[in-house]
Write a protein that binds this ligand. Structure first.
Ligand SMILES: [Zn+2]
Length: 392
């Protein structure tokens, strides 16, 4: 067993990271790049664990060092997951301040930033200073889809670890051995997820996720007239909003409840101003409670927006996969299609339309993504996409 077991189909990356842990090529700033689902944050976490491992073979996966890093409780390893749409200057400053502290143990102080492409320009500049003038025992692990997602000044100071899209058979094998999935279902999920390990696991183990994918893949043949396009857009946007709400609402409730508890229900700050009703202390505490609650609501709203966007992005990925399959047949590329369970509709569209139309449809999906990244209205962007997909 090793902390690197979770990394699927990344032999070269594992070798490089193992070497670094034993002293060859170790540095204080790392950039983990790779397509979504290839395992950027998994690699960063495994590397952090191996760096804190106390066994003779680093990254044993069972010692207290490995175990606490993987569980997210190691005192010298901080995971930063921007939950909103961006990570701003204030958060970056706080982070840099914490990162400058010496590790409490004898090894490294490690900061893992997942989705480092969400750093604002100002936040990236704050981070740059910390990386330019490194504290001796501090290690930064930044995860981004591609190196171009970070400003060149940071990029040039990091050692890049490039993950590749893991092959389908490697993904299927890990679903069987690690998650106990039936081989046929594992094979289906690995193919449908096209190398996205987390997505493959969800498809293999979650019937609701499979249903969601099916309803997305049913969209293309349903776009028979303008009314059908508008209604498909409406249904899709509602579905992703519901999916996101499912994910965030329980978190929101727990956070709001614990904040209210900390300040005392109703903002009277029982913990702070007990027995001084009406005093300046109590009024000040009530104001603090109200402003903390407002700030929390702002963060929660930003997180909900991001969750809905991520859910829509998954749907768009499935749609793009459908049209990529159509193109594979039209070009006679001789490779397996990813969505074999929808082979009939894929074949019929491939036979009844030119490849140029399919390319335009794939372009339309890309354009929709760009619009959404620029904060366009979701429903309008998706309506426009559906109309383009119908027109071909
Ligand atoms: Zn260990």
């Amino acid at each position: 067993m090793s902390v690197f077991d979770e990394l699927v189909g990344q032999r070269k990356v594992v070798e490089l990271l193992r070497d670094a842990v034993t002293g060859t090529g170790m540095t204080h700033a790392w950039l983990f790049t790779g397509p979504p689902g290839s395992g950027r944050s998994v690699a960063a976490r495994a590397f952090a664990a191996a760096l804190q491992c106390t066994a003779s073979e680093p990254g044993c996966g069972v010692c207290a060092g490995c175990h606490t890093v993987l569980a997210g409780t190691h005192a010298d390893v901080e995971f930063v997951r921007p939950q909103g749409l961006s990570l701003g200057v204030r958060e970056a400053r706080e982070l840099v301040g914490r990162a400058a502290l010496a590790p409490s143990g004898r090894r490294w102080h490690i900061i893992v930033i997942e989705d480092a492409d969400r750093l604002t320009e100002g936040a990236a500049n704050v981070l740059l200073k910390a990386i330019e003038e490194p504290t001796p025992r501090t290690v930064w692990l930044l995860c981004v889809p591609s190196a171009e997602d970070l400003v060149v000044t940071i990029r040039s100071r990091c050692r890049v670890v490039a993950l590749r899209t893991p092959p389908t058979d490697a993904v299927a094998a890990v679903l069987v051995s690690r998650d106990g999935v039936e081989p046929a279902l594992a094979e289906f999920a690995a193919r449908a997820a096209a190398g996205h390990v987390g997505r493959a696991k969800r498809l293999a183990t979650d019937a609701v996720a499979r249903e969601r994918r099916t309803s997305v893949l049913r969209i293309p043949p349903s776009l028979t007239d303008i009314g059908a396009c508008l209604s498909a857009a409406d249904v899709l946007v509602k579905a992703v909003t519901d999916e996101a709400a499912e994910h965030t609402s329980s978190l929101d409730e727990a956070e709001t409840a614990s904040l209210k508890e900390a300040f005392g229900e109703g903002g009277t700050a029982t913990g702070l101003g007990r027995g001084q009703s009406g005093s300046a202390v109590t009024r000040g505490a009530a104001r603090a409670a109200a402003s903390a609650l407002k700030e929390l609501e702002g963060r929660q709203k930003s997180r909900a927006t991001r969750a809905a966007r991520d859910a829509l992005d998954r749907a768009l990925t499935d749609l793009a996969g459908f049209y990529r399959d159509v193109l594979v047949l039209q070009l006679g590329a001789g490779v397996d299609i990813a969505n074999a369970d929808h082979a009939q509709t894929i074949t019929s569209l491939a036979n009844s339309s030119p490849a140029e139309s399919t390319l335009r449809r794939l372009d339309a999906i890309l354009a929709c993504r760009t619009l959404l990244d620029a904060n366009a209205n979701q429903l309008l962007a998706v309506e426009s996409l559906m109309l383009s997909l119908r027109a071909g």
